[in-house]
Design a protein around this ligand. Structure first.
Ligand code: GLC
Ligand code: CA
Length: 560
């Protein structure tokens, strides 16, 4: 099929997500810092990636590891200074790498001066920056909260005898986007950073900025998947995004990606159709439920893995963006357990080969690929079952809540261990020296004990390592526009072990075959496969007697 490709730089880039707290510590406080990133700039460059998304580095009391900002125009002291930041930005740009910052604008920290003012009196000029409910009106309609100690999104504040609203922890009050002063203040912050030369933003929980602020009663026993109008995707979301685009994005050559909860394939284009001038891309969560209980997202459920259904999710999303808009592709980030442990297999036998298979997948789809730091070497879950090992407010507050209520908090942790966010936040494993070369002291979150064998230094030396495979795959994506823009079609879609598809652009076609299982599998297709035409594979011989090896990945060139 012929179609016109709408080339844009941000479609052709590979994004590396960098979690600064766990990347590299240079001043011996056990916390990663900007100087650590500066030390590793050549490492990042050598990966072949061209954009870095850095998790929040603004001043913050770190209730939620930087997702609670106290000063949007200052660098968190633990991470360094503004001069360090500028030096890092220049270092990235000198190497041809762009930087996108993670901006949290649905809420601030309760230590932000706006909130400190807002809670002082009912007639404070900043009162209307947040959502307040005066106690004379009675108890506000119940809203569940993600990180709250009592699961309640309303916090009573005695000073003004009112409640304030917080979807996340009580230290993360929601901003009132219906107040134009709030919106202008945020646009001003965005311009401040873009004027410093950054290349765009990752917009944290951006769907939440508009919600029903009449706060109607929520029907009892409603399933969480139906909650969105009460929390996100509200009536003014598109107005705000268009205004943001007009006031900010349209004035810069920048790249923006929204974290988009509750988005569906039906309304996806409303956000990213170029003609609507909102965002360029967003990421959704439809494929990330693997291993997680759909009844209660805090619990693991290994049984909900259905490859055929999973393939269909990717197929449906690809079709949405076939002609307009553009997608994102990721399997891991700082909010998830490690991709190899979830979608691959972290046993000694299959860890490396399944990590390579997943990289083949991420880097051969029609969407901008995002790689989360540590995944390039195939880091895996820690699965801690003792609460002392945790730093994440999400895990800790839920655990304490169950404990207080006399419920099964130990059973919870046994299950949650496999999916906790801290699995993905352990320090980078640079080498086999003490603390994995991350720090010379005890780090803020313990290093995974497998660091002596699984680390960057060892993999750099080994031509067959996950790291070198990843770099090779990044290069292949850059060399073949077909892997970026080519049409995507499923092959043998009912196969329960293999995820196979073609990518076709003009006369060039690739067939990608990925075995997502630990046993050999046969592909059912009429496509002519020539074993001489293998672009890349994680096995010397991925297919023996018509059977693809466990976790095999191979890209064939099937047409020239
Ligand atoms: C996003 C972030 C997550 C954070 C939450 C609240 O989901 O990715 O880390 O806890 O928003 O800001
Ligand atoms: Ca440090």
């Amino acid at each position: 099929m012929q179609f016109e490709i709408n080339r844009k730089w941000w479609k052709e880039k590979v994004v590396y997500q960098l979690y600064p707290r766990s990347f590299k510590d240079t001043n011996g406080d056990g916390i990663g810092d900007i100087n650590g990133i500066i030390q590793q700039l050549d490492y990042i460059k050598n990966l072949g990636v061209d954009v870095v998304w850095i998790n929040p580095i603004f001043e913050s009391p770190n209730e939620d590891m930087g997702y609670d900002i106290a000063d949007y125009k200052a660098i968190m002291k633990e991470f360094g200074t503004m001069a360090d930041f500028e030096f890092m930005l220049k270092g990235l740009h000198d190497r041809g790498i762009k930087l996108i910052m993670d901006l949290v604008v649905n809420h601030t920290s309760d230590e932000h001066p706006w909130f400190k003012e807002s809670r002082k009196s009912r007639d404070n000029p900043y009162r209307n920056y947040y959502h307040w409910w005066d106690a004379e009106k009675g108890t506000p309609p119940y809203r569940w909260s993600i990180f709250d100690k009592e699961n309640n999104a309303w916090k009573y504040d005695a000073t003004t005898n009112s409640y304030y609203f917080h979807i996340f922890s009580e230290k993360q009050p929601d901003l009132n986007w219906e107040n134009p002063e709030v919106r202008n203040a945020i646009y001003d912050i965005m311009k401040f950073w873009l004027d410093k030369g950054i290349d765009g933003f990752r917009l944290d929980v951006i769907a939440c900025i508009s919600k029903d602020i009449n706060f109607p009663e929520m029907p009892k026993d409603m399933h969480v998947s139906k909650w969105f109008p009460y929390y996100a995707q509200g009536p003014y979301l598109h107005d705000y995004l268009q205004e943001m685009n007009r006031e900010v994005f349209s004035k810069y050559d920048c790249m923006n990606v929204g974290e988009m909860s509750f988005v569906t394939t039906d309304d996806a284009l409303l956000f990213v159709d170029e003609d609507r001038n909102e965002l360029q891309t967003f990421y959704h969560f439809d494929h990330t439920g693997v291993g997680i209980s759909q009844e209660n997202f805090m619990y693991a459920d290994a049984s909900n893995w259905d490859l055929v259904a999973w393939k269909k999710i990717f197929y449906n999303w690809d079709k949405v963006f076939a002609e307009k808009g553009w997608g994102t592709m990721y399997l891991g980030n700082h909010d998830m357990s490690r991709m190899v442990s979830r979608y691959g297999n972290d046993s000694e036998t299959f860890r490396e080969v399944s990590a390579k298979m997943l990289h083949t997948f991420i880097l051969s789809m029609r969407a901008t690929p995002y790689i989360y730091n540590g995944d390039e070497i195939g880091m895996v879950n820690t699965n801690h079952t003792d609460i002392e090992a945790y730093k994440d407010v999400y895990t800790i507050n839920y655990y304490n809540q169950l404990k207080q209520k006399g419920e099964d908090h130990k059973g919870f942790l046994l299950s949650h261990a496999k999916i906790s966010r801290d699995n993905g936040r352990t320090p980078m494993q640079w080498d086999d020296t003490n603390q994995s070369g991350f720090s010379n002291t005890t780090p803020w979150l313990a290093v995974h004990k497998n660091y002596t064998s699984l680390n960057v230094a060892a993999q750099e030396k080994d031509p067959g390592s996950v790291l070198n495979y990843f770099k090779h795959m990044v290069q292949l994506r850059k060399e073949h526009l077909t892997l970026v823009y080519g049409a995507f079609e499923l092959v043998d879609e009912s196969n329960e072990q293999l995820f196979a598809y073609t990518r076709t652009l003009e006369n060039e076609q690739f067939l990608i075959v990925l075995n997502f299982s630990d046993t050999p599998a046969q592909l059912n297709t009429t496509i002519q496969i020539n074993k001489e035409n293998i672009l890349i594979s994680n096995y010397e011989q991925p297919c023996k007697n018509n059977n693809y090896e466990p976790y095999a990945a191979v890209i064939y060139k099937t047409r020239k």
